[in-house]
Design a protein around this ligand. Structure first.
Ligand code: HEC
Ligand code: HEC
Length: 177
């Protein structure tokens, strides 16, 4: 039992170190990618995905400023027309984690661009931040209304790696219906 646990621990540490691994001289560009990988492997992410990933994508915290996450978490009783209320302790824990890993902490490749684009505003949506809107401005509005898309908030409809917080335009695929 002991030995088994030790092996599992050693293996997972190895995998995490591998994910966190950095090529020499590459640290600036890789910083956000490393932060994303570490977050996706964390127990906090699991709690977040469980509570906030049932109705839609568990959006990357790094795609909104901290004040936006505070605002979202402060209004869960009327969350885009639905109730997403949680107990006070869970709300606080998830809220602190989201705010601590928000765009200001540069936890996503796009954090800096998002932050710059929202200026002083407190958007409640990733999908309508100027940067994300701008990246999609060549897509007709009717495409977002297609049955398999239904909403701008449904990132995974077109970004197959959205669950891994990867929105690279190289593997975008727009559903036809
Ligand atoms: C009961 C279902 C439900 C749960 C649970 C839920 N949400 Fe939502 N959420 C919604 C709906 C509905 C929308 C609006 C989606 C749309 O416009 O297509 C939304 C939208 C959002 C958006 C904006 C998406 C965008 O960029 O347009 C964010 C951010 C968000 N939710 C965060 C959270 C967080 C954080 C939690 C967990 C505390 C959570 N949600 C839990 C239903 C839910
Ligand atoms: C209807 C399909 C569709 C939906 C839904 C969609 N996207 Fe996109 N997205 C695209 C396309 C197509 C591109 C590529 C645009 C280009 O290359 O000019 C793109 C590009 C992007 C980029 C820029 C990628 C890069 O490498 O620079 C980001 C970031 C992005 N999307 C994030 C999101 C997020 C976050 C959501 C959900 C809130 C979302 N997208 C929803 C189709 C979609």
């Amino acid at each position: 039992m002991r030995i088994h646990t030790t092996i599992v621990l050693a293996l997972s540490t190895g995998i995490i170190l591998f994910l966190l691994g950095e090529a020499p001289g590459d640290s600036d560009r890789r910083g956000p990618a490393r932060a994303t990988a570490a977050m996706l492997a964390s127990p906090e992410y699991e709690a977040y995905a469980e509570e906030c990933g049932s109705c839609h994508l568990a959006y990357p915290p790094g795609l909104l400023p901290a004040r936006s996450w505070r605002a979202v978490m402060g209004g869960l009783d009327d969350h885009f027309g639905e109730s997403a209320e949680l107990d006070a302790e869970t709300t606080r824990a998830i809220g602190d984690w989201l705010a601590g890993n928000a765009a200001e902490a540069r936890t996503h490749r796009k954090s800096a661009k998002i932050l710059k684009s929202v200026r002083g505003a407190t958007p409640l949506r990733v999908s309508t931040t100027p940067y994300v809107l701008g990246k999609h401005d060549e897509i007709r509005a009717s495409v977002f209304r297609r049955k398999s898309v239904a909403s701008r908030a449904n990132c995974a409809a077109c970004h197959p790696s959205a669950e891994r917080w990867d929105f690279d335009d190289d593997d975008v695929r727009i559903p036809r219906f």
